[in-house]
Design a protein around this ligand. Structure first.
Ligand code: BDP
Length: 714
């Protein structure tokens, strides 16, 4: 018996040291701190003393721990803590710990930092200065980012402070462990075993988010269950809040409008009813007793069947303000979503949020912020910016991006979202003349708002690599980096991420950045070129379904969006159509009224055009459409070739995952192309342009594909 046990032990020991047992699995995200070469190691080791004042706070402790972990990982030697200056040291200081700090921290606010190479007592040191320990944590993370990505650590002179106050993840996680539109496994929150079992992963989640400046997290799905407001679930949220607090991350909850009726039998959820307002006040008091720094509520009301104040003939403002009053004494806020469209409203879906919300401008309480998706429909591969941006100057508007790729290839397609986020942020609303960008609307500078925010629907799940694929991590990373600083370029962010995720070697970074930068455009090409939208199949939104026309509500059907027939294709949003163009500022509307002055990337979003309409290239709309459908899979094939060339430089496990996923992506890109062309050709009755291959199957084959178990649809 003992001999057998010994055999097992030997076998197990051998297995755990077998090659590959320590393979990279993506868990470490941008906090890998991989061992550097000797020269760089020596460079980094010169900084192996951390100077801090005694009596560190929990936040300063996590900053120190991160620096120690990072330096130990990169150099093999754990840095020492010291109270006195040493050559090369990293000096972490706030005005409270170092009163002589000469004006270093002015203008950095509560979260910003400065990193400067200075001399103190004849010794060269790197000063990380901030007004708070949280600023020091962010500064330490910035320094570690430089260290990991091979950047020079000399002559540093960096100042950085976020312009946007709330930088939040929105988890669409359900209490039963599923995730709506989640493609990375079950929910990261083990609601059942919380609050007793606090998985170590929660702390790593906080580290990863703090490193990119995320400062809040909405824990549950916007399609909320009232149960998340019961005492046991408040205690679970409180346990997470306790873990996240040292990292400067606040917890928020999505709330269900009818919670007072469902949980406590109130006869109404009318926001003007004193009993309803009283219920929410008491609920807010209860939450703040458990979570003193609770952030506030996120609300999806009167949208896609969710209840809301309109059920009682009240407005969104009435509803938001009632909740805001309950949170106000505690300093909490309400994020009220503008993602609304009603089953009994026959108007163009793209117009409905504007129609509902714009008249309410100026009516929201000062602790309400209206959360608007980047486009007017729904997180499509490409949408023009939402016309509400720039149209509600008296109301703070918060951006909502979708990091999880519901409409961009879900778990397996490599479609880097940095360029999509940037395109939206850089869009010019012309609200106050040229230069009134969406970024300036949401950072408050255009209209002088102090309550400002940006949210990303998280792509995080229980998968070991957090996001379902290594490359999906880049979207989480890019969201955080842009939330902190909207002026960063998508390419610079991709470069940082690739260096930290794989290697700072340009032989690795450059091809990877090359792959990433065109990848979202490629998805637009094979899914929804030239301004098409919502071509996805029913329910799961996985794969093409441009023919779908049998769903209960018109705007759930792809045919509603493309309106293709024998004569042409596209949604007429000019004055002769739905008139949606009129929701934009006149400078934009005038350009969009004419197809020839409409950017081709949005052409069919705004215009219904004949198949023989001439594009700028001189080719017909039909030929141009097909050419784009061809271009998408070709780009993916190019990514496959580039990735294959990287094999000698990438660890086996992560190489294999990406290789397999690119194979899936290529197959599915062809499927998208073929199905879309087969369908549109059945209407347009035109031959494919020379060199463009016929679809692999007939239209009926594509129509009969079924995917009842596609993930993400809860
Ligand atoms: C859509 C999703 C749906 C969400 C909705 C929302 O398909 O699952 O509930 O957005 O944002 O994109 O509320």
């Amino acid at each position: 018996m003992i001999a057998r046990l010994l055999c097992w032990m030997i076998a197990l020991t051998a297995a755990s040291w077998a090659p590959g047992a320590l393979a990279e699995d993506g868990y470490d995200l941008w906090l890998r701190y991989a061992r550097t070469d000797e020269a760089r190691s020596a460079d980094l080791a010169a900084h192996a003393t951390i100077i801090v004042a005694p009596g560190a706070s929990p936040t300063l402790n996590v900053a120190i721990a991160e620096l120690q972990r990072g330096l130990a990982g990169m150099t093999g030697v754990a840095p020492a803590l010291s109270g006195t200056m040493r050559q090369g040291a990293l000096w972490l200081a706030t005005p409270a710990s170092a009163p002589a700090l000469p004006g270093e921290t002015a203008g950095l606010g509560g979260e910003g930092y400065a990193i400067r190479s200075i001399e103190v007592d004849g010794k060269a040191v790197t000063l990380i200065a901030a007004n708070s320990d949280l600023g020091l944590l962010h500064g330490a993370c910035h320094w570690l980012r430089l260290a990991q990505s091979g950047a020079s650590l000399d002559r540093l002179d960096i100042r950085s402070a976020p312009k946007i106050r709330l930088r939040l993840l929105n988890h669409w996680d359900n209490l039963n462990g599923t995730v709506e539109r989640g493609y990375a496994g079950q929910s990261i929150w083990d609601w059942w075993r919380l609050p007793d079992w606090k998985a170590p992963r929660y702390t790593d989640y906080a580290r990863a988010n703090a490193a990119i400046g995320i400062n809040g997290t909405v824990l549950n799905n916007v399609n909320a269950k009232a149960d998340s407001l019961t005492a046991p679930y408040i205690a679970k949220a409180a346990a997470l809040a306790d873990l996240f607090r040292p990292y400067g991350i606040k917890v928020y909850l999505s709330v269900r409008w009818t919670a007072p009726m469902e949980l406590d039998g109130l006869r109404t959820a009318d926001p003007r009813d004193p009993a309803v307002a009283g219920w929410w006040r008491a609920k807010a008091d209860e939450i703040y007793r458990a979570i003193p720094d609770f952030g506030g509520f996120l609300v999806k009301a009167n949208s896609e069947g969710q209840p809301g104040p309109q059920d009682y003939k009240r407005t969104h403002a009435d509803g938001a303000n009632m909740l805001a009053a309950a949170l106000k004494p505690h300093g909490g806020i309400v994020m009220w979503r503008a993602f609304v469209y009603a089953h009994d409203n026959p108007d163009d879906r793209a117009k409905q949020a504007y129609a509902d919300f714009r008249p309410l401008d100026g009516q929201f309480a000062d602790n309400v912020i209206v959360q608007v998706k980047n486009g007017a429909i729904d997180f499509q591969p490409r949408e023009p910016f939402h016309p509400l941006f720039g149209a509600m100057p008296k109301t703070p508007l918060m951006m909502e991006f979708q990091i999880t790729k519901e409409y961009l290839g879900q778990s397996t397609h490599l479609t880097y979202l940095g360029p999509l986020f940037k395109e939206a942020l850089d869009s010019d609303t012309f609200a106050k003349g040229a230069g009134s960008t969406v970024a300036k609307v949401i950072d408050g500078s255009l209209d002088g708002h102090r309550l400002t925010g940006i949210a990303g629907v998280a792509n995080i799940g229980a998968d070991r690599d957090w996001s379902g694929s290594i490359f999906n991590q880049a979207d989480w990373y890019a969201f955080g980096r842009l939330a902190w600083d909207t002026s960063l370029s998508a390419e610079a962010i991709a470069r940082e991420w690739a260096a930290m995720t794989f290697s700072p070697d340009p032989k690795v970074v450059e091809p990877i950045v090359g792959m990433m930068m065109g990848s979202r455009e490629a998805a637009v090409d094979y899914m929804t070129p030239l301004g098409l939208a919502h071509m996805m199949d029913t329910g799961h939104h996985y794969g093409p379904g441009p023919w779908v026309s049998d769903l209960a509500r018109p705007e759930w059907n792809p045919v509603y969006y493309h309106r293709a027939d024998a004569d042409g294709i596209g949604f007429d949003r000019t004055d002769s159509g739905s008139g949606a163009i009129g929701q934009y500022a006149p400078a934009i509307a005038t350009r969009l009224a004419n197809p020839h002055t409409t950017p081709e990337r949005h052409l069919l979003w705004f215009h219904h055009l004949p198949w023989d309409y001439r594009l700028a290239s001189g080719e017909t709309l039909w030929d141009g459409l097909v050419r784009r459908y061809d271009r998408g899979p070709a780009y993916v094939a190019g990514m496959q070739t580039l990735w294959a060339s990287l094999k000698p430089h990438i660890d086996a496990r992560r190489f294999a995952q990406t290789e397999a996923f690119l194979t899936i992506q290529h197959r599915e890109a062809l499927w998208w192309r073929d199905a879309s062309i087969a369908y549109f050709q059945s209407l347009a009755h035109r031959p494919l342009p020379a060199g463009s291959p016929a679809p692999a199957h007939d239209l009926n084959w594509y129509k009969t594909q079924r995917f009842p178990y596609a993930p993400g649809h809860s």
